[in-house]
Structure formats: C-alpha cells, structure tokens
Design a protein around this ligand. Structure first.
Ligand SMILES: C[S@@+](CC[C@H](N)C(=O)[O-])C[C@H]1O[C@@H](n2cnc3c(N)ncnc32)[C@H](O)[C@@H]1O
Length: 103
C-alpha cells in the first residue's frame, strides 16, 4: 500500500482474515464491519472513523427501512464504543435523509 506523507512514520496494519494485530497506529480492514470489530479487544483504540452506508439509495448500497438501518448502525456504534478508550473519539459520517412517514 502506498502511504501518503502524513502516514510515513505511522504503523498502518491492514488486517486480513480478521486477525487482530496488537502493534498498530492505524488499523484498516476490508471486512464486514461487525466481524472485524468483534476481533478488537475492549478499550483499544483512540479514534474510530466510520463512514457507513448512508441509506439514501446510492448506487453501492441496498436501501432499507430507516428503523432497520438504525438497528444495524446501533450495533456498529455499540461495538465502536466498546473498542474505544475512555478518552477516545468517534467520527460517524452519515447522511440524514428520511422518507416522509418513515421512522
Ligand atoms: C458511504 S460509503 C463509504 C465511503 C468512503 N468513506 C469513501 O470516502 O469512499 C459506505 C461503504 O460501506 C461499505 N459497507 C457496507 N456494508 C458494510 C459492512 N457490513 N461492513 C463493511 N463495510 C460495509 C460499502 O461497501 C461502502 O463502500
């Protein structure tokens, strides 16, 4: 993986087959988010950046009813909270569109 200058002195671990590696500055995985998160011990990370599907009908996503979408996001957020250190930060980048009448 080619590193941006910002990451030159950063240990970027690309996790494969959900094998958690303890020694890292940055963890990246191309895995199902919940399966990946469950491999990370409690209170391990200082920052989580999450950009989940927005559920607004983008070409790469299957739109679902808002309640189901939120249910899945709740599971992800709970896992992110579990792996964050008590002084950690969480960046959750989402859309905010909802159909009229959808809850
Ligand atoms: C809003 S996009 C993220 C865009 C990204 N921030 C970027 O700048 O390219 C949401 C991404 O989540 C991925 N995704 C959907 N379900 C997932 C899951 N269960 N686990 C991991 N990734 C998932 C989709 O494939 C999609 O690439």
């Amino acid at each position: 993986m080619n590193m941006l200058p910002l990451f030159e002195n950063t240990k970027v671990n690309v996790v494969q087959n959900n094998n958690f590696v303890e020694d890292f500055d940055v963890l990246v995985a191309c895995e199902d988010t919940l399966k990946f998160l469950e491999t990370i011990p409690d209170k391990t990370v200082e920052l989580v950046v999450s950009s989940p599907p927005y559920n607004i009908g983008k070409s790469y996503e299957d739109r679902t009813v808002f309640k189901e979408y939120l249910g899945f996001q709740k599971q992800v957020i709970e896992e992110c909270h579990r792996v964050l250190k008590s002084n950690g930060n969480f960046c959750w980048e989402v859309g905010n569109y909802m159909e009229k009448g959808e809850v």
